[in-house]
Design a protein around this ligand. Structure first.
Ligand code: BV8
Ligand code: ZN
Length: 251
């Protein structure tokens, strides 16, 4: 790995009592999950994710949206966590072992942080593996695949099932957002990893951390609107930088 790790960052992370981490699709890229904004492939190539991940798209063409998520669920089911996910599990273990606070705020809906073993996670945009009814909101435990999308089996409902993710124009889960805001204000170091820092309100969390005098660390191969604000902008892949950072501190 040829990205130099600033000594000041190593020092600060060795002593930090409270760390918050915001992750985006880039953290799952090295697992083989396409990032949210990179061009889609195959039969979805003609669609932009932002146009499919909306209530309007689902209302207008429930089958197309259901099948896009089914394609993503099948893809995610075939992959696993990468060294970047694993390094975050290790970082959390070391920081909590010394009595510190570690909070993982993810925009990702693929569940890979859970799979890797991270503990203190808030899924700001939901989870693609969870299915709920668009009508009564109840989580579906199973469904018959004869319809696309399948129908809710709650007595008398028969609503359309949908992924339990936050679509554009929908509010984030209140408890997760509240916890994220608190963690951003309470932390000494805030990591923004693998996110284009475009989607609100998640993209405001690093700014809240800066307002509370936290050190801001960005890990991303491309510059983002956040890069100029970062105390440490590490330009590279999370699957390379995070293991190196953990190795340097906790060896
Ligand atoms: C809301 C779930 C309102 C679905 C997603 C204020 C200002 C402007 C706009 C708004 C605003 N407030 C609200 C809006 C509208 C909108 C918004 O933010 N629009 C933006 C685009 C301008 N926000 C909303 O609608 C939110 N809702 O605020 O509701 C409201 C308020 C009150 C009452 C009612 C309503 C809801 C936002 C959530 C949308 N859902 N996902 C699904 O996944 O299908 S967001 C979607 O984008 C994904 O969750 C994704 O995680 C997220 C962010 O994208 P990134 O993770 O950053 O992914 P991206 O591809 O963009 O970038 C990847 C990065 O990784 C790149 O930089 C790349 O270089 C890097 N990378 C690549 N490889 C690697 C890597 N990094 C590290 N290592 C590597 N190897
Ligand atoms: Zn229902």
């Amino acid at each position: 790995m040829n990205i130099p790790l600033p000594v000041a960052l190593i020092q600060a992370l060795s002593e930090a009592r409270a760390v918050a981490v915001l992750t985006g699709a880039g953290v799952s890229a090295e697992s083989g999950v396409p990032t949210f904004r990179e061009a889609q492939t195959g039969l979805w190539a003609e669609y932009r994710p932002e146009d499919l991940a909306t209530p309007e798209a689902f209302h207008q063409n429930p089958q197309r949206v259901w099948e896009w998520y089914q394609w993503r669920r099948d893809l995610v089911a075939k992959v696993g966590p990468n060294p970047g996910h694993d390094a975050l599990v290790e970082m959390e273990a070391h920081i909590t072992a010394r009595g510190g606070a570690f909070t993982l705020l993810t925009q990702n809906v693929d569940g890979l942080h859970h799979q890797a073993g991270s503990q203190h996670i808030y899924e700001l945009h939901g989870n693609i593996q969870r299915i709920k009814c668009a009508q009564c909101g109840i989580e579906a435990q199973g469904w018959t695949a004869d319809e696309s999308p399948p129908r809710c089996q709650q007595l008398g409902c028969n609503g359309l099932l949908r992924p339990d993710v936050v679509w554009f124009g929908e509010s984030l889960p209140q408890r997760a957002l509240q916890a994220a805001i608190e963690a951003a204000h309470a932390c000494e170091i805030f990591f923004s990893i693998g996110t284009s820092a475009l989607v609100q309100p998640a993209a405001s969390l690093p700014l809240m951390a800066l307002e509370s005098d936290a050190l801001l660390v960005e890990i991303n191969p491309q510059p983002t609107p956040l890069t100029p604000r970062a105390d440490f902008a590490l330009q590279g892949a999370s699957g390379e930088i995070l293991p190196e950072l953990v190795e340097r501190i906790w060896g």
